[in-house]
Design a protein around this ligand. Structure first.
Ligand code: ADP
Ligand code: MG
Length: 267
């Protein structure tokens, strides 16, 4: 038997939140693989378990069943080389550190010297358009700007696996387009593996090589949609192409089915 070069293997994942007097079965049976270097988007109804899935993959939440392996090793805690941009960005920055120090911190842990760290931080701040805010504290910035700091921190880290949970929900449309292209550029330049959760169907098709459409809770995969668009994407040309329109229509219809409670195998 040969072992394929799998980055991330989610096999039969189940997650039930059990609290006093309240049990929520968030994820029932999720199985999928992401090969090294793939860009995969996940869409699904609100409350479907997308954040739960990401937190399990990031090693921040224990699973109730099934397994998650990264490069063959079971994920039992935050894996090295993985960066996560959370949905609740405000809580992911240290309020007592400046923007620069927030971005620099993981680079220290990575062992980069001062000059290397400064160069990375400056480049990442430039890339997200925040070079003027390096010495500000997070609480002095708008929500969208805080989110860009969180993105800059992930970009500067140059992870091998990047998980993003609706990262652009709080930024304006123009910034969002720029950040989408930034993530695509980073992905291509570094050959990293990206798992990107979004509720924006157009965004999932624009960014991904595949779109995994999740069912309603308890979550399973409704369809694994291949995005057969050229690798060179352009905000205007790609989004106005007929194949883009076909794909977004298809994903849109799947998400509608998911919201109505449709499960795989239903007629
Ligand atoms: P999504 O990100 O797709 O909107 P979530 O993963 O945040 O979905 O939530 C999936 C389900 O699990 C929801 O019903 C939510 O209320 C529930 N849930 C999420 N976190 C917790 C928790 N810590 N305790 C109990 N239930 C939770
Ligand atoms: Mg969520």
């Amino acid at each position: 038997m040969t072992t394929p070069d799998v980055t991330l293997d989610v096999d039969g994942l189940a997650k039930t939140y059990a609290g006093p007097g309240r049990t929520v079965e968030a994820v029932r049976d999720l199985t999928f693989r992401i090969e090294r270097g793939e860009f995969v988007c996940i869409v699904g109804p609100s409350g479907a378990g997308k954040t739960t899935l990401l937190r399990c993959i990031a090693g921040l939440l224990g699973v109730s069943g099934g397994s998650i392996t990264l490069d063959g090793a079971a994920v039992t805690g935050p894996p090295p080389g993985m960066a996560v941009v959370f949905q609740e960005y405000g809580r992911s920055l240290f309020p007592w550190l400046t923007v620069r120090r927030n971005i620099e911190l993981p680079l220290k842990e990575k062992g980069l010297d001062k000059a290397g760290r400064t160069a990375r931080v400056d480049a990442a701040l430039e890339a997200v358009g925040l070079h003027d805010s390096a010495d500000a504290h997070p609480w002095q910035l708008s929500g969208g700007m805080q989110q860009r700091v969180a993105i800059a921190r992930a970009v500067a880290y140059e992870p091998s696996v990047l998980l993003m949970d609706e990262p652009f929900a709080a930024v304006d449309a123009q910034t969002r387009a720029d950040l989408e292209d930034l993530v695509r550029t980073l992905w291509k330049r570094l050959g990293i593996t990206v798992l990107f959760v979004t509720h924006d169907i157009d965004e999932s098709v624009y960014l991904g090589q595949r779109v995994l459409v999740l069912s309603n809770r308890p979550t399973v995969i409704l369809e694994d949609v291949a995005v057969d668009l050229p690798d060179e994407r352009d905000q205007l040309q790609t989004r106005s192409s007929p194949s883009f329109a076909d794909l977004r229509t298809h994903v849109y219809e799947l998400v509608q089915l998911a919201k109505q409670g449709h499960r795989p195998g239903d007629g």
